[in-house]
Ligand binder design. Structure first.
Ligand code: M6R
Length: 610
């Protein structure tokens, strides 16, 4: 996830671009850049780091230009550095891009053969070179851009400027957001509305495959697949600038919960082939023979990422039949673990900077294990030090409570488990294809699961004053009980415990009375009957039961006073779906208790000290 901005009009574009980028910094902040045109020539200024570093690096130049584009980056391909920062340039063509180009590797190889010289490791640079290769043979910049995009698979929102037509910006969108701002004789493009809200409240939302051609005299929009002009509605935005930054939500946590369909789609984009029944493990610097020879897997992490590790064990042992051990990183680093030859350690970390996780990662390396990290932040320490990396591509997570980072970690673990199972011959191509089909449906299923928001709000209203909460789960959803409890503690300061439901009779059952809400996770699975009996045990002792079950479950209504139903998916993906109501419950309770949702007391987003 990155942020792009563009301006054409009578004013000096430079402060408008910088100000717009600051408003988009929540979308990415590891490097930034702008490009602008003067006397028909493009100039580019970029640097690693935040927008304020870019701002101070250009301050003394007193730059002026009526047309320009800018970018704030959240790295996906290539580390955060000046060379990888956008805008990218090929000859007189400049591009800013948000999204992921799936076939960039092949495109780049083809362009290199034709003599194109690349200066970055990014996927974006191929778009510049493609447009550049067409510009001389085309009537216009828009025609060259259209021809170039015909070769591109993946997601993109792009802004293009060119020396060949110095009075024009081209904007195109496919599966990444892009909005236009309509001012008085001036026009804006951006990844999100807050970027230009200071200048105009009139907005056009571009849809997939729409191209906008912006000049000083207006904007024309067409569908590039149908080659036809499109009439668009201009919307009037009433949000305040801070609300707009959070996409209209009150808190980043809620915005990030609702971003999950997009985030998961980005995690899986270009990473497997149904026809070949294959995960594209080359991207993670892995080979089938390495996976085939694996003897044991250690999964290590902290907090919510540790819950993902626990679920990863269920997936890996079940699909790939490989023994797994899961550790909390702060325990692993001091427990003198025995690591047999042929072991892989999987480190799971959103930030890639958690001190305990890094220490465990280094300890595993010292003991001879190969390390793979499942990480959200490109260029982070964990990613730099690991032998293999699978980036989750969920975009920056700003709320301290981890939500979309968690479900994208689970998505990555699902893909990795299939890859190991295939290498070890534990899954047949037919079974792999079916697992991929379920994965393709997942973003839509998550969208459906999010519809429980109002039902969850009602439950939160009833229970937000309690002092304790118990979460019960079994099997692959037991870690979701831990996750629900952690989230509630973290952002609402209510004491909560997560338990494997079968363990309840060994102690926690003594806590049950009419004042204790008990949330039971009851997805359709081989342990459903077991969890239903555990619910009876709670009910008969007067506990207040909330059940989260799979839609179509006819036995659940009579067991619980509150029932929330989730769409059906396969067992491995069910923790992703079932975490959604629990994250929403913690969120609503936190809001009702007037807690600081995005920055809970005593906590930091990234715990970089021991
Ligand atoms: O960045 P990491 O994934 O390594 O962070 C690990 C934990 O600190 C983190 O998951 C923490 O538990 C969250 N705040 C939970 O919502």
């Amino acid at each position: 996830m990155c942020g792009i901005i563009g301006y054409i009009g009578p004013k000096n574009s430079i402060p408008i671009l910088i100000n717009g980028l600051k408003r988009l910094e929540y979308r990415g902040y590891d490097s930034a850049g702008i490009s602008f045109l003067n006397d028909g020539k493009v100039s580019v200024r970029r640097c690693a780091g935040k927008i304020k570093e870019l701002e101070s690096s250009i301050k003394s130049e007193k730059l002026k230009s009526p047309i320009g584009v800018g970018h704030t980056r959240w790295a996906t391909h290539g580390k955060p550095s000046e060379e990888n920062a956008h805008p990218h340039r090929a000859g007189g063509i400049v591009v800013v891009h948000n999204g992921i180009i799936e076939n960039y590797f092949e495109l780049r190889a083809g362009l290199k053969k034709k003599g194109h010289k690349f200066t970055s490791e990014t996927d974006t640079e191929v778009i510049c070179h493609l447009i550049h290769s067409y510009i001389k043979k085309s009537k216009s910049l828009e025609e060259a851009t259209k021809k170039a995009l015909k070769h591109v698979d993946g997601a993109y929102a792009i802004g293009v400027i060119s020396e060949s037509e110095p009075d024009k910006i081209i904007a195109v969108k496919k599966d990444s957001p892009l909005v236009l701002g309509i001012g008085e004789g001036e026009y804006f493009l951006a990844s999100d509305i807050p970027a230009f809200l200071k200048y105009t409240r009139k907005v056009i939302i571009l849809e997939n495959d729409e191209m906008a051609v912006m000049t000083r005299s207006g904007v024309s929009i067409s569908n590039i697949l149908k080659n036809k002009p499109v009439k668009k509605k201009i919307m009037q935005i009433t949000w305040s600038p801070t609300m707009a930054e959070k996409g209209g939500y009150k808190h980043f946590m809620m915005k990030e919960i609702f971003e999950q369909p997009r985030a998961i789609a980005d995690t899986i984009r270009g990473r497997f082939s149904i026809e070949k029944a294959k995960v594209n493990i080359e991207e993670f610097s892995l080979t089938e023979s390495r996976l085939k020879n694996l003897k044991k897997i250690f999964l290590v992490a902290c907090g919510t990422s540790w819950h993902a590790a626990l679920i990863g064990k269920y997936m890996l042992e079940d699909m790939a039949q490989i023994p797994c051990e899961v550790d909390i990183a702060s325990e692993f680093r001091y427990r003198k673990p025995l690591i047999p030859r042929g072991s892989l350690m999987i480190v799971i970390t959103q930030s890639g900077e958690t001190a305990d996780t890094l220490a465990a990662q280094r300890e595993a390396k010292r003991l001879g294990a190969k390390v793979m990290t499942i990480c959200n932040v490109v260029g982070s320490t964990s990613a730099r030090e690991a032998d293999s990396v699978c980036f989750t591509h969920s975009g920056p997570e700003i709320g301290v409570a981890s939500t979309k980072a968690f479900t994208t970690q689970l998505t990555a673990l699902y893909l990795f488990s299939i890859a190991v199972a295939k290498a070890k011959g534990k899954l047949k191509p037919k079974e792999i294809k079916s697992l991929f089909r379920d994965l393709l449906e997942l973003p839509e299923k998550v969208e459906q699961a999010l519809q429980c928001n109002n039902a969850i709000l009602k439950i939160a209203r009833k229970f937000h004053r309690v002092s304790d909460f118990l979460y019960l789960g079994r099997g692959i959803n037991y870690p979701i009980a831990l996750e629900g409890a952690l989230k509630l503690k973290e952002i609402s300061y209510i004491h909560a415990e997560g338990y494997p439901a079968g363990e309840m009779k060994h102690g926690p059952i003594a806590l049950i009375d009419k004042d204790l809400p008990v949330l039971a996770l009851a997805p359709d699975s081989n342990v459903l009957e077991k969890i239903l009996s555990n619910m009876e045990e709670v009910k008969s002792r007067g506990g207040q039961l909330i059940a989260v079950a799979t839609e179509g479950n006819s036995k659940i209504q009579s067991r619980a006073s509150h029932v929330v139903l989730m769409p059906k998916t396969n067992n491995y993906l069910s923790p992703i779906i079932f975490s959604i109501p629990l994250h929403l419950l913690a969120y609503h309770i936190s809001v009702l208790r007037k807690c600081n949702v995005d920055q809970p007391r005593n906590l930091a987003k990234s715990v970089t000290v021991e």
